[in-house]
Every structure is written in structure tokens, then in C-alpha cells.
Design a protein around this ligand. Structure first.
Ligand SMILES: O=C(O)CCC(=O)C(=O)O
Ligand SMILES: [Fe+2]
Length: 575
């Protein structure tokens, strides 16, 4: 449960059930406003249409008498919208704008919140507190309904309601995503709240109560250091914006500090979760600002360590642009034109690059056509579903923390099934690898789509149906196709190999998940970094081992597969 303001949270009714005012419309399928960029875009379009209606009605004062509650609620909605445009007039904003809120995590948070809370306030007033369900039933007769806003407004609301209403869970997921961006990329809370995402500014800022709400989600997912930081910021902002109770925030802050200190252990601190500070926090105001986050200490101490337990640490660094390969490893990397791998490339070679040698991780560029990418993306849109833990092998990833359990598969959506261009991709992969890819050998092409804040924790690609890591069922090779340009963030990182692949549209990365004896190679451990701005859509093809090489073995166990360069295997690296 997520209350809208600090003032509300002090109110018992809010604690019981804010959703009680509007029981969730069970009739409608749950939309994915926090996960799917296309759903989010439709929310943004709806918001913009609402603003158009409201500004229009606003001009006719007799519909909204000065001093009336309905006028106040309209004003609240419009000024919330205007704020996201740097205070320009809503009427101008709505005509000038492109779809920009959906790309940006703070704007998307504000957008989702505006429709979830502010529009519902408005509707509940306008429509005399009917539960939404009833409202929608009655809207079938909206032609005869006389409202302040006119029947076209209700038509817009009605049409949107067919696809489902945003709810508190969507908003919590946005808060989780903002927390994840902060945590992985080590962003400053006050910069985020000023609308900055890494180096990119925006007009979408956060008030004291927004900061409080984010802190609340941090607390419920045990991210103590972040909870304390967001509460400190909420307190600072409340004393300026006067929009929430400083006393109440202080109360929550004491609570967060108590919880932090209760879980913190000085003796084993370097083994503790990175969501603590490096020492106990006192109740002296601002004390946490002089403490260091364990995340930072641990990163300094353990980065580049190839053991699995440090994969999370490497993930932070690689996502943030650090290179964790040694100078020797880097010296072995290069690009080349590959024309010998298949006769079809003799005249038009493929541009290839070693991102890592030993383990071989390759990126190949300009592999997909616009038509192929467009077709796959549009087909994915029709069958989005939140990623399930079995599909992407989450159960093999190491995590011991609530943050991962809850937000793990709440940050991206998958689409599977048969794609009309799926066979084309398989055929290309056969030419590029010499492996049999078509038919039962591979999983069907599956896409994963991430909106801002979406990520995939480091993991092995094990077979989607096997509960445990099983070499016979592990894909031998993974090909990840990048189907769009990501504005910022969203690299694929290999936490043991210490390298990141940029999601370049039309390219693919290719790597081996197993050794030549079929056992799993830990160097294949990888994850998808959170998207900072924009969206990321990838297509994965997993080609299995058992069909390719049953009965074959290498001269030695646990040898890595190699990728030839114009038909020649490069000399092995000396240990
Ligand atoms: O999105 C990425 O960068 C990686 C995707 C991936 O590893 C997976 O879907 O298993
Ligand atoms: Fe993967």
C-alpha cells in the first residue's frame, strides 16, 4: 500500500486502504504501465488528452465556478502537468509536445502518479464518488450524461478505462526503478529529485512528498541507506515547499535509522549487503551525509574479482562504464571484417568485434534490417507479459536480498511465441556460427523489453524449463540481438569477463555458455544494466548443446569454445 502524501499517511483511513475508494476494476486485464513502453505511451497520450479537455473546460468558467472544489482539482492536475514542462502553460505544452515522459524515469513516475491519484480525485468528485466499476458501467450511456466536462471527456476516460487503470502497484514499481537507477549507477538523490538522470537534465522534479514515497518503497524493500537518503531529502524539501509535515518525516527517518542500525554489523560489514552505510547512523540531523555507503567501499575493494559472489559489484561498475579487463586482456581485442565464415559474406563481409577473448564474446554489427527489427518489435507488443523467473533462469542467480526478489522480474517484459521474422534470424545465425539453429535445437526467439529503470540481474542462461542449472539443457550459445537504440544505459555486461556490450541497434552479441565438455562456464555470467533513459528491446536466441555435440568431447575437459577469425583460431593466451 502506498499513500499519496505524508499528510495522508497520518490518516487512518489511508492506512486501511486507499484503493478502497476505487476498487480495482477486476473486469479489465492488468496493464503494464511501469514495464511496457507501449503501455506507458498510451498512458502519456491519455494524460495529454485529459489536459486538452481540462484546459478547454477551464476556459468556460461557468462549468467550473471560481472557488469550487472541482476547479481546485482541475488546477491541481494542470499544474502537476505544467511542472513537467518547466512551468510553461498547459495549453501550450499539450500542443508542443512529443512523447517525452515515457522515456524518462522521473517524468514517468510523475505521469503515473498524476493519473493514479489526481485524475481519480477529479473523477470521484465529478462523478459523485462512484466506484470506478460502476462509473464505467454507466458510461455506456455517457451520451446522455451531463457533466462539467462534457461527454467527450467521459468518452476519453471510458475508452482509456477499457485498457485498464494505472494503480498503486505501477507507482511502486516506478519508485523501485528509480531506486535501482540510484543504486546501480550511484546517482545523487538530490540530482534525481531535480530531474537529472545521470548527465541528462529534465523538467520533471520531485517534491517532498514524492521523495517520501520513494523512501517508503526503499524501506519496504530493506534498502536502508537509500531510505535514509530520501527521507533526509524529503525533510529538506518539506521545509521549503511546505507540502508535507516535517515532524512526520522526522519520525519516519528515526524509524529508518533504527532499522538500519539494527541490521548493521561492524565486524562483518564488508560481507554485508551494499544497502547499508559503513557505520551506525546517529539521530543527529544529517549524520548519514558524513557516512560512506558500503556499496562504494565494497566496489573499491572487490571490483574485478571474478568470483560469483562479487558479480553484483562488477555489475555496478560495468554498467556505469568502468572497464574491468586487465591491460593484457584489452590488448587482445580488435575488430575485423569477416568474409570466410559463410560464402554469402565473401562480397559483403560482416563487421565483427572481440569484446573479450577467452572467454570469446563477440559483437557483430549491421546484422538486422529495419524491416526485421520493426516486425519483431510490433509483434512483441501484442504479447507482452512480465518476465517470469523460470524463463530467464533467475533461480540460478545469486541473491539474498528482498530487493532482488521483488524487483527482479518486475522490471522488464518478455514476449515469446513464434515471430514471422524468427526464421530469418535463425538462418542468419546459422550462417554466422556454422551451428544448427533452426528447428527444435533452439528456443524460439524471445524478446525482452525494458523501459527506463528496467534491468536483468546477472545470471546464467539456463534452459527455461529446468529448475536447476543443468549443462545438458544449458544453451551452448546465446545470441542477443539489439532491436532499437537505447538513449542511455542498458548495456549487457559480463561480470566475470569484465566487459560491457553497448546495445547498438541492428547488432548482436554472441557468447558460449558452456565448456567443450558441456559443463557450465562461469565466464558466461551476464546481466542487462538498467536503462537510464529510453527503452531497450532485445531478441534472444538460445541454441542448445545437447543437439549439437552429443557424443563429442574435446582433448581436455573444460576447454573454452573459440570463435575463428576468417577461418583461423587465434593462438591461445598464455596463462
Ligand atoms: O538484455 C540484455 O542485455 C541481456 C538479456 C539476457 O541476458 C537474457 O534475456 O537472458
Ligand atoms: Fe541472459
Amino acid at each position: 500500500m502506498f499513500c499519496r502524501t505524508v499528510v495522508d499517511i497520518q490518516n487512518d483511513a489511508c492506512m486501511t486502504n486507499i484503493e478502497g475508494e476505487f476498487p480495482p476494476p477486476t473486469l479489465f486485464r492488468q496493464p503494464l504501465y511501469a514495464l511496457s513502453i507501449s503501455h506507458l505511451r498510451s498512458l502519456e497520450r491519455f494524460d495529454s488528452e485529459i489536459v486538452e479537455h481540462l484546459t478547454h473546460t477551464f476556459l468556460t468558467t461557468e462549468n467550473l465556478p471560481i472557488g469550487s472544489e472541482i476547479r481546485r482539482l482541475v488546477q491541481v492536475y494542470l499544474s502537476d502537468y505544467e511542472e513537467s514542462f518547466g512551468k510553461i502553460n498547459a495549453r501550450d505544452a499539450v500542443y508542443n509536445k512529443e512523447m517525452t515522459f515515457s522515456r524518462h524515469p522521473i517524468c514517468a513516475y510523475r505521469l503515473t502518479r498524476r493519473v493514479t491519484f489526481l485524475l481519480q480525485d477529479l473523477l470521484s468528485h465529478e462523478l459523485t464518488y462512484w466506484p470506478l466499476q460502476k462509473l464505467f458501467d454507466s458510461l455506456r450511456h455517457y451520451e446522455n450524461t451531463n457533466t462539467n466536462f462534457g461527454s467527450r471527456f467521459l468518452e476519453t476516460v471510458h475508452n482509456f478505462s477499457q485498457q485498464g487503470w494505472p494503480n498503486i502497484e505501477n507507482l511502486e514499481t516506478w519508485a523501485e526503478k528509480i531506486l535501482r537507477l540510484q543504486y546501480v549507477y550511484n546517482l545523487e538523490v538530490n540530482q534525481l529529485a531535480d530531474g537529472w538522470v545521470s548527465t541528462v537534465p529534465s523538467n520533471c522534479t520531485l517534491h517532498s512528498f514524492h521523495c517520501y514515497e520513494i523512501a517508503w518503497v526503499a524501506m519496504t524493500t530493506d534498502q536502508f541507506a537509500s531510505a535514509i537518503e530520501w527521507l533526509e531529502l524529503a525533510k529538506e524539501r518539506a521545509s521549503v515547499d511546505q507540502k508535507s509535515s516535517v515532524v512526520f518525516i522526522e519520525f519516519s527517518l528515526r524509524n529508518a535509522i533504527k532499522n538500519h542500525n539494527f541490521g548493521f554489523d561492524d565486524v562483518i560489514k564488508m560481507e554485508q549487503g551494499p544497502w547499508f552505510f559503513n557505520r551506525l547512523i546517529t539521530f543527529v540531523p544529517g549524520d548519514s551525509k558524513n557516512a560512506t555507503k558500503l556499496r562504494d567501499l565494497q566496489y573499491k575493494a572487490f571490483k574485478g574479482n571474478k568470483q560469483k559472489m562479487y558479480s553484483r559489484i562488477n555489475y555496478f561498475g560495468l554498467c556505469s562504464g568502468d572497464h574491468l579487463q586487465t591491460e593484457r586482456e584489452k590488448a587482445m581485442l580488435f575488430c575485423w571484417n569477416e568474409f570466410k565464415i559463410h560464402p554469402s559474406y565473401v562480397i559483403g563481409p560482416v563487421k565483427m568485434e572481440f569484446l573479450s577473448q577467452h572467454p570469446d564474446i563477440i559483437q557483430m554489427y549491421d546484422i538486422l534490417s529495419e524491416e526485421e527489427m520493426g516486425s519483431i518489435i510490433s509483434e512483441s507488443d501484442d504479447r507482452l507479459e512480465p518476465a517470469s523467473s523460470t524463463f530467464v533462469g533467475y533461480n540460478t542467480a545469486s541473491f539474498s536480498h528482498h530487493i532482488s526478489q521483488t524487483s527482479y522480474h518486475r522490471s522488464l517484459v518478455n514476449s515469446h511465441g513464434s515471430f514471422s521474422k524468427g526464421r530469418d534470424l535463425e538462418r542468419k545465425l546459422e550462417r554466422l556460427t556454422g551451428l544448427v539453429v533452426q528447428g527444435a535445437v533452439s528456443e524460439d526467439l524471445a524478446t525482452a523489453s525494458y523501459s527506463a529503470g528496467g534491468h536483468l540481474h546477472p545470471h546464467f542462461d539456463n534452459h527455461k524449463y529446468s529448475g536447476k542449472l543443468d549443462s545438458e539443457k544449458s544453451p551452448m550459445i546465446t545470441a542477443t540481438f539489439y532491436l532499437n537504440d537505447v538513449e542511455l544505459g542498458g548495456a549487457t555486461v559480463y561480470t566475470s569477463a569484465g566487459v560491457a556490450a553497448s546495445p547498438v541497434k541492428g547488432s548482436l552479441t554472441l557468447w558460449f555458455n558452456i565448456f567443450n565438455d558441456g559443463s557450465v562456464d562461469f565466464d558466461s555470467y551476464h546481466g542487462g544494466c538498467p536503462v537510464l533513459i529510453g527503452e531497450k528491446i532485445v531478441g534472444n536466441v538460445w541454441t542448445n548443446y545437447e543437439y549439437q555435440f552429443s557424443g563429442k568431447c574435446g582433448l581436455q575437459p573444460m576447454e573454452k569454445y573459440r570463435f575463428p577469425v576468417n577461418n583461423e583460431y587465434l593462438p591461445k593466451r598464455k596463462k
